[in-house]
Design a protein around this ligand. Structure first.
Ligand code: UDP
Length: 413
């Protein structure tokens, strides 16, 4: 059996129930969360997003919707469909929310609103008790459900620390029709006339991407993908997206390699709602040399194996809503160097459980330091793992959601 199938087979043995978290969170936390679940057990929830594939929203909704259903809370997940023109426009909105000066033309607005209208006519949400709409792509849906009786919440996962004014002003018209907005961090709060909530993401420790792997499984996976381990690996795992700064990573690696021997691995899958990935991947390939392995693959077990086997994991983002790749690597006890932005700052305490950097030069210096000091890598990594166990496992995210649903249940009509 291929490695991927054997890991997947393990993960389908009912591992989506809350009870599996007991060894990680303890019996009393488990009981507390179960009691909260009892209060919303009869609710029917619907999530709406734009892709089942690629990116952090998928990573969150996959385990969350499975866990909620395993607990008896009926939870659906609807996808909106769109044309390439629609997704090119929504990527601009995404970039605008993250601070880029974007020009969103009247034609792009018309396409955006028309495609969402078409989706609204196909999605039937009448029998739900709460609807959660994710990110800018399906945001205008709310305009077509004006006689709704249940709470609608908009959850925005991007880094909203410095949004571009015109983009925010346009999207505010839709966001303020919701009953509440949910952001990943308090510093992303906006002056919207709706209640705002903050829910930090989390990871599923039992998924093929995060479950335990033996050393033999790790080696087999890496060699299956042609990744040699003769030199220490420095790895960044990310969609090929400018905000993840892959070119800055290559620059940092080149500087570090003047002092230490190592190999850089850049792997990235592309999200189906991200039209810019191909161009960024091409730019990365042009910048790479023979010491840089660039792989565009979608293999969660490879992500797992690389996070376990690499001497250093980088996430040198220049904007980052939260950064699940950081959480995933920390969970494996990796030594992580992250960009000093957004959600990465909430996960890495500089010098305690990883390093934060502001430039390729700083990243290079930390790579050199870590590659020269195995004990430091181990120390940072074991603290990193513990901080994920305390704060960033799916059981905590589930509890945050239960609290939110309980608070909205009171105002549901
Ligand atoms: N991811 C993956 N393969 C890749 C690149 C990314 O499976 O080649 C996953 C990654 O493991 C993480 C998610 O995609 O679970 C990315 O989430 P993150 O919050 O880091 O960034 P986003 O893509 O949402 O901006």
């Amino acid at each position: 059996m291929p490695l991927h199938s054997s890991v997947v087979a393990q993960s389908t043995l009912g591992l989506h129930s809350l009870e599996h978290y007991e060894p990680l969170i303890g019996a009393s936390s488990l009981e507390r969360i179960s009691r909260k679940a009892d209060r919303v057990r009869t609710m029917r929830i619907a999530h709406v997003s734009s892709t089942f594939y690629g990116g952090g929203v998928t990573e969150l909704l996959t385990p969350l919707t499975l866990m909620q259903n395993a607990m008896g809370i009926e939870t659906d997940w609807h996808l909106i469909q769109g044309t390439p023109g629609f997704f090119a426009g929504t990527k601009k909105l995404h970039n605008g929310l993250q601070g880029e000066d974007v020009d969103f033309s009247d034609t792009e607005r018309a396409v955006y609103e028309e495609v969402v209208f078409e989706n609204a006519t196909r999605i039937h949400l009448d029998d739900c008790d709460a609807v959660i709409v994710h990110d800018p792509q399906p945001l205008p849906l709310i305009s077509h459900f004006s006689d709704r009786e249940m709470p609608w919440l908009w959850q925005c996962h991007v880094d909203l620390s410095q949004p571009f004014g015109p983009t925010l002003a346009y999207l505010r018209n839709f966001a303020e029709q919701y009953d509440g907005a949910i952001f990943s961090l308090p510093e992303y709060a906006q002056d919207f006339a709706v209640s705002q909530h903050f829910v930090r993401p989390a990871i599923d420790p039992f998924s093929p991407k995060n479950c335990e792997l033996s050393d033999a499984q790790v080696e087999r996976c890496l060699s299956g993908h042609g990744i040699p381990t003769d030199r220490p690996l420095v790895t960044q795992i990310s969609r090929f997206d400018r905000w993840k700064d892959p070119l800055g990573v290559i620059q940092a690696f080149r500087l570090a390699r003047q002092q230490v021997d190592c190999r850089l691995v850049l792997i990235g899958s592309s999200a189906s709602d991200d039209p810019e990935g191909a161009a960024v991947l091409e730019a990365v390939k042009r910048a790479a040399d023979e010491s840089v392995i660039v792989l565009a693959v979608d293999d969660p077990v490879l992500v797992n194996a690389l996070q376990r086997r690499s001497a250093v994991i980088l996430q040198k983002s220049t904007r980052e809503g939260f950064g699940l790749t950081v959480t995933e690597a920390m969970w494996k006890g990796a030594a992580v160097i992250g960009g000093n932005v957004g959600g990465i700052r909430h996960q890495i305490e500089d010098g305690w459980n990883g390093f934060l950097v502001n430039s390729p030069d700083e990243a290079a210096a930390r790579i050199v330091q870590l590659l020269k000091d195995a004990r430091l890598r181990e120390q940072l990594g074991s603290r990193a793992k513990e901080s994920v166990r305390e704060k960033f496992l799916m059981s905590r995210l589930l509890e945050d959601w239960l609290d939110l649903l309980i608070s909205y249940e009171r105002i549901a009509v």
